[in-house]
Design a protein. Structure first.
Length: 445
């Protein structure tokens, strides 16, 4: 029981002031440190502002450390969702410490001195560290722990502060969650509602924090912040789109979730392209319009391979995309044109790693995937992305509702293609590796 209804003799517990977290947790003890995995677009900024404003609304103080962004960026997001962050700043109830260049070590060190000075002098009740990942790059693991995390843990416990730390990548999140009271991640949910896709909050490491459930969907409401989806508001059964491959459908709970984004990754020869081709061909034979975009093959080659699979496709469009364009904006424009012309129910993008490898910065590939995510949200269609392993796969993982990994294993004197389900965001599936006997053929990638 938190704050207002505390039981005599029980440890004091504080409400976090964030609807999805308060729905799952029965408060946290003062001095707790929470780590959040919140990539761009996940709702992390809106959640963090609500966390800060919980005590500001009562006249108490909060402090925030910004790393890669400026105050006006948070203000713009807060204003869009009806959060009174500007009022807290104007009333000097929130202290902001900005690091203009988080990749300059001297500037980072100076800002950390300013940050800890502010925590001592400003006497906040809550602390938010925004996007800590660049500091790990600049300071290294040892420097980050000794210069920020260790002192912040000690200070939070000594002064009974509630601290929230945001990570943008799974690598940083995995490191910091080891030292946190609790950790949670934000993901996209394949379930949709009026006004767009839902997000999902999933609890991970919890140390002596009572909780009722391990996850909940939530939505961002313009003008009204963040709101959890209560039990009963989600349907008991989520529509599935059978892939036509029994091994795969069994592994992911009956088929692809409708309105979802699927990642297929694997090394050379693992069968990821063949799996993408088979899925799209089978779906097309069931009167679903399929668009297959390949960065490795021309349209005629794709059609020839689809025909060799043996399914009679009725509405299948193949596009051979040139990975050497080098501009993600042009790649998006080409995809947008194909979507407009064909109006597909299913989009498959194959050999994404070839496009990503020729961009000036591989992180730009996120823009392409976010555009595809937006199409899924607006059309309620299905998107499948096939790619070899590359840094973008880990960074973009929160954008995907289903993540599959293919690998060729040597079993006796045979080579066996296997499928590992790494993630199914909603409605079944299991993280296990199984032989993929329904995927055969030659010349697959």
């Amino acid at each position: 029981m938190s704050e207002e209804g505390e039981v005599a003799g029980a440890p004091r517990r504080l409400s976090l002031g964030v609807d999805p977290l308060d729905l799952l947790l029965d408060g946290v003890q003062p001095g707790s440190i929470l780590t959040m995995l919140g990539p761009p677009g996940s709702g992390a900024s809106t959640l963090a502002v609500e966390f800060l404003l919980k005590d500001v609304a009562r006249g108490e103080r909060a402090a925030v450390l910004l790393t890669t962004r400026r105050t006006w960026e948070l203000l713009r997001i807060a204003e869009a969702y009806g959060q009174e962050l500007k009022k807290g700043l104007d009333g000097r109830l929130i202290k902001v410490v900005e690091i203009e260049n988080p990749f300059a070590q001297s500037e980072v060190n100076e800002s950390l001195v300013e940050f800890f000075t502010a925590l001592e002098e400003f006497k906040p009740s809550r602390v938010y560290v925004d996007v800590i990942d660049p500091l790990l790059v600049t300071l290294g693991r040892r420097g980050l722990m000794s210069g920020l995390i260790g002192p912040l843990i000690e200070l939070s416990r000594r002064k009974k502060l509630l601290t929230l730390i945001r990570c943008a990548t799974p690598r940083t999140y995995s490191l910091l969650s080891q030292f946190s009271t609790g950790a949670f991640r934000l993901e996209w949910s394949p379930e949709t509602r009026e006004g767009g896709s839902l997000r999902k909050l999933v609890l991970d490491n919890l140390r002596d924090i009572p909780h009722l459930e391990s996850s909940t969907e939530f939505k961002l409401i313009p003008g009204d912040g963040i709101r959890a989806i209560r039990p009963g508001e989600l349907p008991e059964w989520l529509e599935r789109i059978p892939s036509g491959l029994p091994d795969l459908d069994s592994a992911i709970g009956g088929g692809y979730p409708s309105g979802s984004m699927v990642l297929i990754s694997g090394g050379p020869g693992s069968g990821k392209t063949l799996l993408a081709l088979k899925s799209s061909a089978i779906l097309s034979s069931r009167e679903l319009r399929a668009l297959f975009v390949s960065f490795a093959e021309g349209s005629e080659d794709i059609l020839r391979r689809v025909r060799s699979i043996g399914n009679e496709v009725t509405d299948f469009r193949a596009v051979g995309a040139d990975p050497s364009i080098g501009s993600v904006a042009r790649h998006i424009q080409e995809l947008k044109g194909a979507l407009t012309e064909h109006s597909p129910d299913v989009v498959v993008v194959d050999a994404l790693e070839l496009m990503v490898s020729l961009l000036d910065r591989w992180e730009e590939g996120l823009r392409y995937l976010r555009f595809l995510r937006g199409w899924v949200r607006d059309s309620k269609g299905l998107a499948v992305v096939s790619t070899g392993k590359n840094p973008l796969v880990e960074l973009a993982s929160p954008l995907f509702d289903v993540s599959l990994e293919l690998e060729v294993l040597e079993v006796g004197d045979r080579l066996v293609r296997t499928l590992k389900v790494r993630k199914v965001s909603y409605g079944g599936g299991s993280a296990r590796r199984i032989p993929l006997s329904s995927l055969d053929g030659s010349g697959s990638r």
